[in-house]
Design a binder for this molecule. Structure first.
Ligand code: ATP
Ligand code: MG
Length: 406
């Protein structure tokens, strides 16, 4: 893509009323625009980042047997009364139709929709197990929204729900989902900083699990066991008397972290109020057991920026970056031949063909943060200067080897 055609532009100074590093950088670099606290528009560059995150998550969910659906944001009050969460869910957006006086909820999550939905299709043990997921906008009336993309009032979530005939099957799938999450966070470049964390399981299970990524921007505190490479969160540390749930070690390390995803054995918490039952092989009626599995896409994007930036800008991991490289031309038209060659080879780069100084272009390239910078100028002749973002040294290579590199 030609940068001269990109309607969004970079900004030289930090936006006002924005405290978080992720939002400051993403706004300055032209990835997102702030509409109000906790609500952002994704600009062309930001939309590409989201699409990359979305594709990774979708691939891994399909790989464990998830079937993709799309449920509505607009939900009836009655479903939330059925589960007792109309009053109990503290960040629920509620409103009334002006015409019919019907009460609605804007979905912060979808157990209240997915449980009765599957109730229409599950009748026998032969219909189980089943797992459905969506990537869809959630709404939450969060009290504080000062963490940029980490805590939005409207945000994209991948939510998967699984349905099982017995506990053993739920546990089997739970483990599959855990592994899929590990793959997702590895592919997103935050695997090394992300810990499988024991959290409270509510009334139905001993534990649920969070995926917590270490960052000073995090709103949670976790306690890490370096030997087991797991953590426990604040809710359960006291119950465990400060020890690791796996090895019993008492030397846990306290760190700030952000929850990028979680997996939760719901068991019959939602199947029960909606009467979600199936008949077993012997004809006996049983309640369906459920699990739910969430990942916040905006939060994941914001987390990547929090853990991967320097004083000059963002440093995107390859798999997440909106383009594989930034082609910077110094001198009108100097980069055109390489841009077209790469395009022919199916490689779309961001091509800085603007009328701007070398200083401005380099500053923008660092701010935008694509993993590789390619410079073509009078000086580079028939070669290209290649530099990785985050590294100091550059080297001169031929057009052909750039193609191979990308
Ligand atoms: P938190 O404790 O941080 O509020 P939560 O426990 O409310 O999170 P869930 O309801 O389990 O989170 O939602 C699943 C996932 O959605 C979370 O793991 C997180 O990645 C993401 N998420 C939750 N709330 C927000 C939000 N306000 N903005 C962006 N992402 C969110
Ligand atoms: Mg919350």
């Amino acid at each position: 893509m030609r940068q001269s055609k990109l309607f969004s532009k970079t900004q030289r100074s930090d936006p006002q009323n924005e405290e978080s590093v992720n939002a400051k950088l993403l706004i300055r670099a032209g990835y997102v625009d702030k509409v109000m606290a906790g609500v952002y528009t994704f600009l062309p560059l930001g939309k590409r980042v989201l699409a990359n995150i979305e594709n990774i998550i979708r691939e891994e969910m399909v790989a464990i047997g998830g079937e993709e659906i799309l449920m509505p944001s607009l939900q009836p009050k009655i479903n939330w009364e059925t589960t007792g969460r109309y009053d109990a869910y503290d960040t629920l957006f509620k409103f009334q139709s002006f015409y019919s006086k019907t009460d609605y909820v804007l979905g912060p999550t979808h157990e209240e929709i997915v449980s009765p939905l599957l109730g229409k299709f599950i009748t026998s043990y032969k219909d189980l197990p089943v797992a459905v997921f969506q990537i869809q906008n959630k709404f939450r009336d969060e009290k504080r929204s000062k963490s940029g993309l980490l805590r939005g009032r409207e945000f994209l979530m991948k939510d998967l729900y699984s349905f099982h005939a017995d506990e053993k099957d739920l546990e089997k799938f739970y483990e599959k989902a855990r592994k899929a999450y590990v793959r997702i966070f590895n592919r997103a470049g935050i695997g090394k900083l992300t810990y499988y964390t024991y959290a409270s399981g509510g009334t139905f299970s001993k534990y649920s699990h969070e995926f917590q990524t270490l960052t000073p921007a995090g709103e949670d505190v976790i306690y890490i066991c370096d030997k087991c490479r797991i953590a426990v969160n604040r809710e359960v540390i006291d119950d465990l008397q400060g020890s690791c749930p796996k090895c019993g070690s008492k030397t846990l390390r306290e760190e700030k972290a952000i929850e990028v995803g979680n997996i939760f054995p719901l068991k019959t918490r939602f199947s029960s109020p909606f009467g979600l039952k199936f008949s077993g092989a012997n004809g006996q009626e049983n309640e369906v057991l459920m699990g739910c599995y969430g990942i916040g896409l905006n939060r994941l994007m914001g987390t990547i920026v929090e853990v991967s930036h320097d004083e000059r800008g963002i440093i995107w991991p390859k798999a997440i970056s909106p383009f594989p490289a930034h082609l910077v031309e110094l001198g009108k038209g100097k980069g055109r031949r390489l841009y077209e060659q790469l395009a022919k080879a199916g490689i779309e780069v961001l091509y800085d063909d603007r009328d701007a100084t070398a200083g401005e272009k380099f500053a923008d390239a660092d701010l935008i943060g694509l993993p590789v910078r390619l410079v073509v100028s009078e000086k580079t002749k028939d070669k290209v200067e290649v530099k990785k973002r985050g590294e100091k040294n550059s080297k001169l290579v031929s057009y052909g080897s750039v193609r191979k590199l990308l």
